[in-house]
Design a protein around this ligand. Structure first.
Ligand code: SF4
Length: 371
């Protein structure tokens, strides 16, 4: 016990002096430190990094253009094989119509992802970007996960950097961090064997950052991973962030088992306390990330609010449409007004941001109190 206290004191003093933690120290924090102490340390760092008591959010939507996928991740309830009942692939026209309707409702970010569908030609992806940028200039295309980008390279005979450059030339500037799950090949082999390695995900992100794209980094925990795998994940994204500082934010969420093959082994949700622990640890460990995102959507509104006191400074998006968690029977809804209320209710001023974290509109706390 005395040893734990001494080691904790050493680590706290390192963190407070802005000295980077080693993976061993990160693991020690995850396994030994009281949750509230961890949260308090994370909150101190958050306020040092983003001193304003303000929490940002984005007005966004997460539509999907196809649910056909040949990757067969065992944690996924969303995908269908080609020819299977319920499969779909929408035309670019159809998606652009949807995007316009979303923009009319105030959406500024469209997070577009699909399955990895080999029947979709590369031109389709490029046209989707070009038309979004041209026809809906108020919206940022935050399109295509690393798995889809690798799929584009395979079907088009291009390299990943060539695919990324073509998307950049079409006007895309931002890429979502989906597809990471846990960046530990021990875990990836078991839950997404056909998806490629951690190095593949990191390589797409590295090449994107090199060109100038901004991306997010994500992590899906709460399944078969061990604490060591979580540390490995945080370590490799921290290393990559050192190279180009291309990640805008880190976004962890917990596995949703409903209707997935993995449900037979992991039938339950991770706890809210585990979520706070992951948020706090990531704020402490990821010393080169500006933003840590708390999610009202993936963990519930109350848990999202509480996470804002464990080091998170962003509340994610309003998510007008969502189909991936919904396929796992996990549905949560909000709107801009409620998002602002939830942030105010947690004790922070709210600010609407765009995809790249520029502030679009402020909603100070005192106005809410006076209203
Ligand atoms: S998570 Fe993505 S890549 Fe994996 S099966 Fe689902 S849609 Fe396909």
């Amino acid at each position: 016990m005395r040893r734990v206290r001494e080691q904790s004191a050493d680590i706290y003093s390192k963190v407070r002096s802005s000295i980077r933690l080693t993976p061993e120290e990160g693991l020690f924090l995850l396994q030994n430190i009281d949750l509230l102490e961890l949260g308090s340390l994370a909150n101190d760092i958050r306020l040092k990094k983003n001193p304003e008591p303000r929490v940002t959010f984005v007005v966004d939507t997460n539509p999907n253009y196809t649910n056909i996928c040949n990757i067969d991740c065992i944690f996924c309830a969303f995908y269908r094989h080609s020819g299977e009942e319920g499969e779909y692939t929408y035309s670019v026209d159809h998606m652009i119509r949807k995007f316009k309707e979303s923009a009319e409702q105030g959406v500024t970010t469209i997070l577009l992802q699909g399955g990895v569908n080999p029947a979709v030609p590369f031109d389709y992806y490029v046209e989707m970007v070009e038309r979004t940028v041209k026809e809906i200039p108020g919206v940022t295309p935050h399109f295509y996960s690393t798995s889809e980008i690798i799929g584009m390279a395979e079907i088009s005979g291009r390299t990943v950097p060539q695919v990324l450059q073509r998307l950049w030339d079409a006007g895309q500037r931002s890429i979502p961090g989906g597809g990471a799950e846990i960046l530990s090949d021990r875990v990836k082999k078991k839950i997404s064997n056909k998806k490629g390695t951690s190095a593949d995900w990191l390589n797409v992100m590295r090449e994107a950052h090199k060109i100038g794209f901004k991306t997010t980094a994500t992590m899906m925990y709460g399944h078969i991973e061990k604490d060591e795998d979580i540390i490995e994940h945080l370590e490799v994204i921290r290393q990559l962030q050192d190279e180009y500082h291309g990640f805008t934010a880190f976004i962890p969420w917990s596995f949703k088992p409903g209707n997935t093959p993995l449900e037979k082994i992991i039938p339950h949700y991770a706890t809210a306390n585990r979520y706070y622990q992951i948020i706090a640890l990531s704020r402490i460990y990821l010393d080169n990330f500006d933003h840590i995102q708390a999610s009202w959507f993936s963990e519930g509104k109350k848990a999202g609010q509480i996470a804002l006191h464990f080091g998170a400074d962003d509340f994610g998006g309003t998510i007008l449409e969502e189909n991936v968690h919904a396929a796992a029977n996990f549905v949560n809804k909000t709107n801009t007004e409620e998002c602002i209320e939830l942030i105010h209710g947690a004790g922070f001023a709210a600010a609407q941001r765009n995809t790249l974290y520029d502030i679009l509109q402020e909603y100070p706390l005192q106005e809410a109190a006076a209203a």
